[in-house]
Structure formats: C-alpha cells, structure tokens
Design a protein around this ligand. Structure first.
Ligand code: A3P
Length: 346
C-alpha cells in the first residue's frame, strides 16, 4: 500500500507542527492580503458578522470568509483531481479531526502500523497531515506542493458539493463526507467559536449563535444545504460519495472503519483484521488518545489556531445540556423540513 501523504511529514530540521502548510499566515493577515479580484467579488455580496474572526460573505448560496472564497476560486480553477485521490469533506465541528486521523492511519498502515511508537499521529496534529484545499489555494507554492504529492493523495475541504472543482466531480476520485446531528454540531460550533474568537470581539452568546445557525449563517453554511448537497449526491452515486455520520462512527467504529476502508479501495485483509489492525486504528484515533497527546494539547496550527481547540467532549447528545426544549424542537423541525422529504434522519 502506498504511503500516502507521508512526505508531508516534517523533516528533522523543521519544527514538528510546520509540516503541511508552513506558508500559511495568520487569519488576520490572510484577510488583509486578499486579491483585488476577490475584493471586487465580495464587495457586492451579502455580509454578516463572522463567528470566529472576519466577516462571512454569502457566495453562491454559502457563507464563508473572504480568504476562503479566494482559496475556493483557486481550488476550482487550478486543481486537477487524480482518479485515486481521496477527498474528505466535512461540516465544521462534525468530527473532522477524528476522521482525518482515521483516514490517515488507514491509508498509511503499511508504512506506519497503528500501534507503532513512532506513528506520525503521535507527534502531529491530524490537521497537519492533510492539506486544506481552500486554505492552500492562496498561492502558487502551496498549490505546487499539492500537485507534487505522491498518490494516493488524501485531501481535505469544507466546500459544499456545488463548489467542488469539476475535475473532482468528473474523475473517479472518492469523496468521504462527514456530518453530525445538527443540535450537537451547533453546540460544538458555538463552543469552538468562543475558544478562538479574539478577546476584543467578546463572547458570542448562545442566543445570537443559535439565531445565526438556524438562519443558515454559519461557516460554510447553511448547514442544511451543505449536508443535503452531499446526501443527494451519495444517493445518486454511492460509489463516488460516502456519507458518514459522527453518531454512527461513535456507535460502531470498527464496522464503520471496515466499510470506509473498502469504499476508498484499501480494504483490510482477513489477516489484518485478525491481527487487530482495525482495533489499533480505532484506539490510536480515539478521543481519549488524541486529546491527551502533547501535540494536540499544546500545539499551534497554521492560522494561529490552538490545536487543543479541536477537542472538547467528543460525545453524542451533549446539546441537551445547553439548549432549551424549545430550541431543540426548533432545530428538529428545521431538520425535518429540510431533510425529511429526502429521507435523511439524524
Ligand atoms: P465536541 O465539541 O462536541 O466535543 P471538528 O474536528 O470537525 O472541528 O469537530 C470537533 C468535534 O469533534 C468536537 O466535538 C471534538 O471534541 C470532537 N472530536 C475531536 N476528536 C475526536 C475523536 N478522536 N473522537 C471523537 N470526537 C472527537
């Protein structure tokens, strides 16, 4: 099996968290440095105050920060998918960190057995091991790094299906989509926003965040349309798009991992299964293990994010501890209205 993405690992002379995208500046700087072309585009777009940092603009139906719109345009224009690429797509706060780790460990298991003491996930945040496509398509150098990656490439984006590059849609590359029940997704997003917002922005109240989320004004939102785009495509092309839910991964990690490995064309052999390889990947990538690693507790990611912000509780159903029954019902009713007619349930 090919050692996908292993060349993204740090060289001995680089700090351990500078492996994947060392060229990326901090959030504020990227916002200031967006191109004139992108400035012209966003100047005519609906704008709302962002959750984390920077405004959100509604572009082609979805809300995003200006520098990510710029990156999405670069991704759409320049990216050439390969048939054996694997593109992970998630709604923010649906378990991206977890699934990045699982896919990386699965794809690289020959070179890095999941129980080895020097596994890359023990010293690198999962976010450093997969390039973030709209984050990387800001400049030629980062773009060239992606072009230069060995196959099979493991790539990541938050973009909605409608915004994916044409070559992704038309090649045989696989799309793995992860989402989560909207109530927990919302609560996780709200916590995350308050962890990473600049102090000068003050706290984002639960009420304000809830109103924005329900109106669809959330990063890469509307949540509903983002999820629905991939759900409908997975119904049409199940060999192309694998639709996963956080809750199913939590409930049945081993079975989910087997199905996932088969989907990406890297099935586990009977021997691997008998030798506990799947269990070892599940343990390596568990919340308990990853969240207690030094790199995930103290590390800093590109854009100046604390790696620890990506770990909170890792539980299903935590939203009942934060939302009133009225709010829970409101999200349920929007979900029913949006997803019900298409057979999607959480
Ligand atoms: P909570 O805030 O509900 O705890 P993302 O990676 O998409 O940003 O999602 C973050 C959410 O996934 C957080 O949810 C986080 O705690 C949870 N998470 C992170 N790593 C996880 C893991 N290994 N297993 C399960 N959940 C995990």
């Amino acid at each position: 099996m090919a050692a996908a993405n292993h060349h993204l690992l740090p060289h001995d002379d680089q700090p351990s968290n500078s492996s994947c995208e060392p060229l990326l500046p901090k959030f504020i700087e990227v916002e200031e440095n967006i191109s004139q072309e992108c400035r012209d585009i966003i100047s005519g777009l609906p704008r709302e105050e962002g959750w984390f940092q920077n405004s959100l603009y509604q572009f082609k139906g979805f809300w995003d920060q200006a520098w990510l719109i710029q990156g999405a345009l670069g991704f759409q224009k320049h990216f050439e998918a390969r048939d054996d690429d694997i593109l992970l797509v998630t709604t923010p706060k649906s378990g991206t960190t977890w699934l990045k780790a699982i896919l990386y460990a699965t794809l690289n298991r020959s070179n890095f057995p999941p129980n080895s003491h020097n596994h890359p996930l023990l010293t690198n945040s999962p976010h450093m091991l997969l390039p973030f496509m709209e984050g990387s398509h800001q400049d030629n150098i980062s773009r060239d790094r992606i072009d230069g990656m060995a196959s099979p490439r493991l790539l990541f984006t938050h973009l909605p299906y409608s915004s994916l590059p044409e070559s992704v849609k038309h090649s045989s590359c696989k799309i793995v989509f992860l989402c989560r029940n909207p109530k927990d997704n919302f609560v996780s997003l709200w916590h995350f926003a308050n962890k990473i917002r600049p102090k000068t922005w003050g706290t984002l109240s639960l009420e304000e965040a809830f109103d924005k989320f329900c109106r669809g004004v959330s990063p890469h939102g509307p949540f509903w349309d983002h999820v629905l785009g991939y759900w409908l495509e997975s119904l049409k092309r199940s060999e192309k798009v694998k639709f996963l839910k956080y809750e199913d991964l939590k409930d049945q990690p081993v079975a989910s991992l087997k199905t996932l490995a088969h989907f990406i064309g890297h099935s586990f052999s009977q021997e691997e299964e008998a030798n506990g390889v799947i269990d070892n990947i599940v343990s390596l990538c568990s919340f308990e293990n990853l969240s207690n690693l030094k790199v995930n507790k103290d590390g800093e990611l590109p854009f100046g994010m604390a790696a620890g912000a990506y770990f909170r509780q890792g539980q299903v159903g935590d939203s009942v501890n934060y939302l009133s029954s009225e709010s829970l019902e409101k999200i349920d009713s929007i979900a029913e209205q949006k997803f019900g007619p298409h057979g999607l349930k959480f």
